[in-house]
Design a protein around this ligand. Structure first.
Ligand code: NAD
Length: 363
């Protein structure tokens, strides 16, 4: 097996991402190396993940000499809220965490974001370890240091940049992840292919069956390459002043769909799959992106049972949501557009006429 480590080079905030089937078995020893034995640790998870992995992980941490407390929250996006954050803070006080203690976020992006924000804010910041258990969390949310939560008024309105001390991605936990969630995670992996790595895009095209069957070599390559790409982008632009915005390819329409339909109807990866097809079609007109490449993208999404068409979604509501997106600085929505496979530009404004035409033409 090739090297399991991706090093995220952020100076004094640098850390390693460990990607390996079975990596969780080493959590105790790796945490001793990072923090020293005997520290207090609060593990945060959700009910779905806890069923499979909490007691085993707790036992490994205890065996390594840590004083372990556990909090299990309900699964789902609604957990990323002030009330659940307060529960984590209260548990942290109860467990007498100090600034040498650490938090372990064992779960998908919801747990990673919320537990990460708890770590960023408790005692003005304590260390934390990400143990992502969904594909989306392994390739996206656990990497890059964005933590946060939702308010009733909107998603991710409160948060902090707080880099983890380590990300431990055990590919074998994907065996219990529902297929729909796995496919939604693949939308983000395919996104990295379009914005950065045409070779990885081709690899996915020729390994659909292996990926769906959770072939560990294929998964290792995809998760590792995705982390390398995100780490590279984040290293160049940790706080989203420029380049990091290319990660939002497909997100302008994707966020609008999530907004209009309510969170829950479409998974995030599904919404951005539609958004990427829309952005690719705009790119054809604006930058001469080849229609054949858009067709490859559509075929690949379909291969992973991802939606590609915005048919049935009302234009007026979508347009309003696109202009209200917090990333639109004035009335015209901004899009990351593709020039060729593997190459995109920074977000640019797109006029309403073109947006409406592409919407009308459909996917
Ligand atoms: N911080 C960032 O940079 C960033 C980037 C992208 C997304 N996000 C956030 O990530 C969240 C979405 O993450 P997600 O898709 O992982 O959602 P999630 O955390 O809700 O996980 C998806 C579902 O899968 C279940 N699950 C996770 N791992 C499992 C496993 N191994 N076995 C069985 N069930 C498992 C969860 O309980 C949940 O029901 C959103 O809140 C989004 O805003 C953050």
């Amino acid at each position: 097996m090739s090297n399991p480590i991706v090093h995220v080079d952020l100076g004094e905030r640098a850390y390693d991402i460990v990607i390996e089937a079975g990596a969780l078995a080493d959590i105790g020893t790796r945490c001793v190396d990072l923090f020293g034995a005997g520290k207090r640790v609060l593990m945060v998870s959700d009910a779905n993940v806890a069923k499979f992995y909490v007691s085993g992980t707790e036992a490994l941490l205890l065996r390594a000499g840590f004083q372990v407390s556990v909090i299990v929250l309900p699964a789902g996006e609604s957990t990323k809220c002030v009330a659940r954050l307060a529960e984590i803070w209260e548990e942290a006080v109860e467990a007498r965490l100090d600034r040498k203690s650490f938090i372990v976020a064992l779960g998908g992006g919801v747990i990673g974001d919320l537990a990460g924000f708890a770590a960023a804010s408790f005692l003005r910041g304590i260390p934390f370890v990400q143990v992502p258990t969904s594909l989306l969390a392994m390739v996206d949310s656990a990497v890059g240091g964005k933590t946060g939560m939702n308010l009733p008024q909107g998603k991710n309105l409160v948060g902090a940049f707080h880099q983890p001390q380590m990300v431990l991605s055990d590919l074998s936990v994907l065996a219990t992840l529902p297929a729909r969630e796995l496919h939604a995670g693949m939308a983000e992996v395919i996104k990295y292919g379009v914005i950065w790595d045409p070779e990885m895009f081709s690899f996915i095209e020729s390994h659909v069956a292996e990926i769906k069957a959770l072939d560990s070599e294929a998964l290792h390559y995809l998760v590792k390459r995705s982390c390398e790409i995100k780490a590279d982008v984040v290293r160049q632009d940790e706080r989203e002043g420029g380049l990091r915005a290319i990660l939002n390819f497909g997100h302008t329409l994707g966020h609008a769909i999530e907004n209009v339909c309510g969170y829950g109807e479409w998974l995030h990866g599904e919404a951005i799959a539609m958004g990427m097809v829309y952005a690719a079609k705009i790119s054809e007109v604006a930058h001469g992106f080849k229609a054949d490449e858009t067709d490859r993208l559509i075929a690949l999404f379909k291969a992973f049972d991802l939606p590609v068409s915005w048919q049935g979604l009302e234009w007026g509501a979508l347009y309003q949501a696109m202009t209200a997106d917090k990333k639109a600085e004035n009335a015209l929505p901004k899009f990351v557009l593709a020039k060729e496979m593997g190459k995109v530009g920074l977000p640019e404004e797109v006029g309403m006429e073109l947006l409406k035409k592409v919407y009308d033409d459909g996917a």
